[in-house]
Each structure stands twice: as C-alpha cells, then as structure tokens.
Design a protein around this ligand. Structure first.
Ligand SMILES: C[S@@+](CC[C@H](N)C(=O)[O-])C[C@H]1O[C@@H](n2cnc3c(N)ncnc32)[C@H](O)[C@@H]1O
Length: 290
C-alpha cells in the first residue's frame, strides 16, 4: 500500500496523522498503539513487515536501483562464468601459488559449512548456480531462490548430478519472507548488499528464521587475486566494474565487510550466538541465531 499521511488504523479504526513520510505508521496504516504491539497479532505483524518493505523500497536512491539492475544483469550474463570463478579457470586463473591458496580456503569454508548442524527447512537466497546447494540439500529440505532464472537452471543440473532435489524459484532476495524456516544461507550475497542497506537486509534475514534457527553466510574478502583480470573495484563507492568476454561492462555493489563489522551488524540486528571469521585470505564465513 502507498504511504498515507492521514488514515484510519486498519486494526482499531482510530484516525491517525503522521509527522512525515518517514513514519512507519503511514506505511503500515496502523496507529502507534497497534503498531507498537504488532508482535501480538498476525495481521498487525504482516502490516508491520509490509510497511517496512514498502518504506525501504520507496527510500532507495535511484543509483542503488541502477546498481541493483546492474547486479541482476551482470549475473544473468555471467551464469556460465561463476563456476570458472570457483575453479579459477580462464580469466580467473592467477597462477599456481594463488590458485592453491584459493583452493585451500575454499576447502576450509566447505568443511566448516558441512560441519554446521543445519536441518529442517533451509532457504538459500541469491543461490546463483548452486555451488553450495548440494551440500545444503543433503542436510534438509532446500529452497533455492535467485532473481534470475539462468543460474537456477545450472543449479538444477548440479543438484540432479548429485541425485539431490530442491525447490528452485525466481525470487528477489529483498522480498519479504513468506514463512519462517530453520536455516537461511547466503553465499556471496552480503557483499552485494550496499553498506547503507546492510541493517535492512539483516533484519529481513532475521524475519526469515524460526526461533532457534540459524543464519549462515559465506562471502568475499578483498584480495588482489580474487576476481578476474580486467575487473576493477572502487573503494569509495564500494562498487566493482566487471567486463564480460563479449565486451559488456556492469557496475555492481561490492562491499568487503570485515568480520568484526559483520558481527557488530548482526548483534545490532538482534542476532545472538554470532561468530564471523575470515579464512587465510579470500573468504569470510559466519553464523548467527535469531
Ligand atoms: C555472486 S552470485 C552468488 C551465487 C551463489 N550464492 C554462490 O554462492 O555461488 C550472486 C547471485 O545473486 C543474484 N542476485 C542479484 N540480485 C539479486 C536480487 N535482488 N535478489 C536475488 N538474487 C539476486 C544473482 O543472479 C547471482 O546469482
């Protein structure tokens, strides 16, 4: 629903006038009392979540929307290249020493993820080509979501090759959760969440989880040999410019969150049991409970 400066509360019917377009009441169409006690009632909780999502979407600056579009377009164009990145093939090869260090870090992250006690219903947001999906599908009932169809097709083949199944659907990672699940996994997605929107995304991640569930992330650390030859990164705007083999160029958000700042952000978002660490060079990995 669009913002309304004055409205009658959808729950109690009392009229309310907001102070400005930032007031959540005007997005949720609930008076302050009903909004303040939203947790007690499913309808008011639903209105609170919808209000938060709509306010966030409306306040997103145009550049961020452009970057979002770039991110989706870049990944749609690169679906076939993501495995090369993991496997350090083609433009992603950086010589025997760096590539061996990469492989050791990737092994360490994989073993760490495999050792986590995940089970039940697992959601993987921005699942891409499903590099991590077979591991997750072996632990519970997996739902792989991505904004783009092409990488999900690759994920489907990968799962089939392992004799595993998952539910694969196109879904925006910013879409409001439609249920609460036991585990939420994001691989190399948080680094595409602009710094200004990190707390918004972590709050959404928390809403995905049942009490006692677990949020798990794996992501990039900055390293001179983690990308492709020809790509560049701007530390001021925290965006990366990527060139494809066919000459097309995309600018996408790329934020290298340090473990300590991710831990602080997770705690601020209301998570507990927070642990974020880095591997020797290339990755950060973390888990937290709602
Ligand atoms: C770097 S890839 C990571 C893929 C996979 N999670 C992995 O760890 O290999 C990022 C993925 O985010 C997807 N993506 C980009 N914008 C998205 C959005 N708004 N919602 C959901 N997925 C999105 C892209 O299509 C791409 O598959």
């Amino acid at each position: 629903m669009p913002f309304r400066a004055t409205f009658s509360c959808l729950w109690c019917g009392r009229p309310h006038a907001t102070r400005g377009s930032d007031d959540l009441e005007g997005w949720a169409h609930l008076c302050p009392d009903c909004l303040g006690s939203a947790g007690e009632n499913e309808f008011r909780r639903m209105r609170l979540r919808a209000g938060l999502a709509e306010r966030a979407a409306a306040s997103r600056p145009a550049l961020e929307n452009d970057l979002d579009d770039g991110l989706r377009a870049d990944h749609a164009a690169r679906a076939g290249e993501l495995d090369d990145w993991y496997l350090r093939q083609g433009r992603f090869a950086h010589g025997a020493i760096d590539d061996m260090a990469w492989q050791m870090d990737l092994d360490a992250v994989t073993l760490w993820l495999d050792a986590l006690p995940l089970g039940g219903e697992i959601v993987e947001l921005a699942a891409g080509t499903g590099w991590w999906s077979p591991l997750l599908a072996g632990k519970g009932e997996l739902w792989c979501y991505d904004a783009v169809e092409a990488p999900l097709e690759r994920a489907r083949s990968r799962l089939l090759a392992h004799g595993l199944r998952a539910h694969l659907h196109v879904r925006d990672a910013w879409a409001e959760p439609d249920r609460a699940v036991d585990a939420l996994f994001c691989g190399f997605w948080l680094s595409h969440v602009p710094r200004a929107r990190l707390s918004e995304f972590l709050a959404l991640a928390r809403r995905w989880l049942k009490p006692g569930g677990r949020f798990v992330v794996v992501d990039s650390r900055q390293d001179r040999s983690s990308g492709a030859a020809g790509d560049s990164w701007d530390p001021v705007s925290e965006t990366a410019t990527r060139r494809l083999d066919d000459g097309r160029e995309f600018r996408i958000p790329k934020v290298y969150y340090e473990p300590a700042e991710l831990e602080a952000a997770l705690l601020a978002a209301g998570f507990s049991d927070v642990a974020v660490e880095s591997t020797a060079r290339f990755f950060v990995r973390g888990s937290a409970r709602p």
